[in-house]
Ligand binder design. Structure first.
Ligand code: MRU
Length: 389
């Protein structure tokens, strides 16, 4: 099986991420030595994707504590669980502010806080508490790949069964699936969520073609999903975000599968800007719309989409494009250039740049997780997530 590119890798206690701002033209691994560097990498989107940022944040805390444990003398904040909590709390608080919409980050940091609380209540030593924080931080990253494979299998089988039962496809027929943004191995610790489902269909001989949107302004589609699908050898077609309606009018799209940054208690789902447009169009064309995400992306404490904090990126980012010279200059190493598309005197107040939108549950056919599928029974306005929580 061809391996797709990873978002991060560890060697011993060393953490490296691939700088996603430079992809697909330049593959540069950069070290992330401290939680402060992890914060910068997440905020600047050198690493992005809800599960991947949770993994990096947790691993950076694990590394920070590991280095302290092996220092001689050990810092005084390892003396007791409460000293450890006092030291780590501002670090966790800071990491939490790096990107607000994806709940995976907050859930991962809550897990680390939970370990600290148990250590304080249980009368553990400082060193025991530190070791437990390290184990939990590493577990956040390690759990991701296995659950991605599971949700991809579960979602693909469920989708094919639905399409066959409805007579949309013949038994064994291959399908076309549209996705938005990048939800593959670059957005996770490996394999991916919605792109994992597409990869599973491909690996099991049931995918005809993957369609993916450009996902402007960051071009997670054009730059990252393209790279992943081409690396895997999956037949694929890119379209601009404005072309989804046209695609659905002119090609058989059997399903739309997207990832999620946060699924509220009623099933409303925040995901990359443009997801809502695709969902409205899918409804118009009677195409199943699947949200594929780990249970850690479900947020029962947030009642509906109205309560999900939506990140607005710096306005300038919406009028910039990154790339290399075209056509390539023979004999010259490729260097990335950032170009401004808008007139130089455009005002920052004149640019709208939300990074995510919310798709109401009534437009979502099913939420697929590693624990199973919660579906929108009989077109109800909400999705009951209780079976997968
Ligand atoms: O701004 P990004 O690139 O972090 O947005 C990513 C997405 O919206 C993904 O669809 C989502 O995080 C799920 S990744 C498995």
């Amino acid at each position: 099986m061809v391996q797709s590119m990873s978002s991060l890798r560890t060697t011993g206690e060393e953490i490296e991420i691939v700088d996603q701002l430079l992809l697909p033209h330049i593959v540069r691994w950069v070290r992330v030595d401290t939680p402060a560097e992890a914060f910068d990498a997440i905020k600047s989107m050198k690493i992005r994707g809800a599960p991947a940022i949770a993994s990096l944040a947790s691993l950076s805390v694990a590394r920070h504590v590991t280095l302290a444990l092996s220092a001689s003398p050990q810092p005084s904040w390892l003396a007791t669980p409460s000293a450890l909590t006092a030291h780590l709390s501002p670090i966790l608080d800071n990491l939490l502010t790096s990107r607000p919409t994806a709940v995976n980050l907050s859930q991962a940091l809550t897990r680390l806080r939970g370990v600290l609380a148990r250590a304080e209540a249980g009368g553990w030593t400082g060193v025991q508490a530190a070791q437990a924080v390290i184990d939990e931080g590493k577990a956040v990253a390690e759990e991701d790949v296995g659950r991605n494979r599971e949700m991809s299998r579960v979602g693909a089988e469920w989708l094919l069964a639905q399409l066959e039962a409805a007579g949309t496809i013949a038994p064994g027929e291959k399908i076309n699936v549209l996705t938005v943004c990048n939800t593959g191995s670059l957005a996770t610790s490996g394999y991916g969520t919605a792109l994992g489902l597409i990869t599973h269909l491909w690996e099991t001989g049931r995918l005809a073609r993957a369609f993916y949107t450009q996902s402007a302004p960051y071009h997670q589609g054009t730059r990252l999903t393209a790279l992943e699908l081409l690396t895997l050898g999956v037949p694929c077609t890119m379209l601009c975000d404005t072309m989804v309606g046209s695609l659905m009018q002119h090609f058989p799209v059997h399903a739309v599968a997207v990832g999620a940054d946060r699924v509220a208690a009623n099933g409303d789902t925040a995901n990359k800007i443009g997801t809502y447009n695709a969902a409205v169009l899918a409804k118009r064309h009677g195409i199943p719309f699947l949200v594929v995400a780990p249970v850690s992306t479900l947020d029962p404490a947030t009642l509906s989409g109205r309560d999900i904090p939506i990140e607005h990126r710096p306005p300038m980012e919406a009028v910039l494009a990154r790339g290399v010279a075209y056509p390539p200059i023979a004999g010259k190493e490729q260097e990335q250039v950032v170009v401004q598309i808008a007139p130089p005197n455009i005002s920052l107040e004149g640019i709208y740049n939300p990074s995510f939108d919310v798709t109401p549950a009534e437009l979502i056919t099913a939420v697929v997780t590693e624990k199973g599928v919660a579906h929108n029974a009989h077109g109800a306005g909400t999705i009951d997530l209780s079976s997968v929580l």
